[in-house]
Write a protein that binds this ligand. Structure first.
Ligand SMILES: [Fe+2]
Length: 234
């Protein structure tokens, strides 16, 4: 198995703070059956100012530590970019996933749909393939999130209603690929997100999955809860 989205590198974002915790995350992933991990720290200007060279250096250091600790996991560099107004500047020297043309991106809360469309176009125009991280977790991809979420609390909204997913379909038609978060299938982010993830899975939307792991203990419980559920679904 491949983990396509994981904040396993230490000290670069809101992931592990120490090399020891990164090693523990690697042990957890390896024992769950993963053999390859894309290391994808956030790239957020002004908050997590990570550069490709930093990420590549951190991957080399952690890979060496994994070899010494005899943890059988292959690491590849990546980053998780925000589909915000700063993305076009960062596309001059992007960090794709490993040697691929895939660029992992996420839609922050409250991002206008028009900005998301423009950024997807920018990525495509550079000859890259946008891989949208955890669409099910991004309210900005769905209709009227606050009203819909309130209605859903009272059972008045069916997450499977077709209209709810029209923007996601539009992005797919623009050439966007989609990565599902494993914890979404175990309800870690709430019932609405779990239902959306189930609908997207039935739609065959997801190209790949990721743990989106940030800390060792949470990663352990997330994988234990989500992998059997996803296997059941599939
Ligand atoms: Fe992430």
């Amino acid at each position: 198995m491949i983990d396509w989205h994981c904040h396993i590198l230490p000290g670069l974002d809101d992931g592990p703070e120490t090399l020891d915790e990164s090693l523990e995350m690697a042990r957890i992933l390896a024992s769950a059956g993963f053999r390859q991990v894309y290391c994808t720290p956030h790239c957020l200007l002004g908050r997590y100012d990570n550069r490709p060279s930093q990420v590549q250096g951190a991957v080399a250091i952690l890979q060496r530590a994994l070899r010494q600790a005899e943890i059988p996991l292959i690491l590849s560099p990546g980053m998780e970019y925000a589909l915000d107004e700063y993305l076009p500047v960062l596309l001059d020297r992007p960090q794709c996933l490993g040697d691929s043309r895939l660029l992992l991106v996420e839609a922050p809360r409250k991002t206008p749909k028009q900005l998301i469309r423009q950024n997807i176009l920018h990525i495509r125009q550079r000859g890259l393939l946008p891989l949208l991280a955890h669409p099910e977790r991004s309210p900005s991809l769905y209709h009227s999130p606050s009203l819909r979420d309130r209605l859903a609390q009272f059972g008045w909204w069916n997450a499977g209603e077709d209209g709810c997913f029209s923007f996601v379909r539009e992005l797919r038609d623009m050439g966007c690929l989609f990565q599902g978060n494993l914890p979404s299938f175990a309800g870690r982010y709430g019932e609405i997100i779990e239902r959306r993830a189930g609908v997207h899975l039935d739609q065959g939307l997801y190209r790949c999955f990721g743990s989106d792991g940030h800390r060792a203990e949470i990663l352990r419980s997330d994988l234990a809860a989500s992998l059997p559920r996803l296997e059941n679904h599939l």
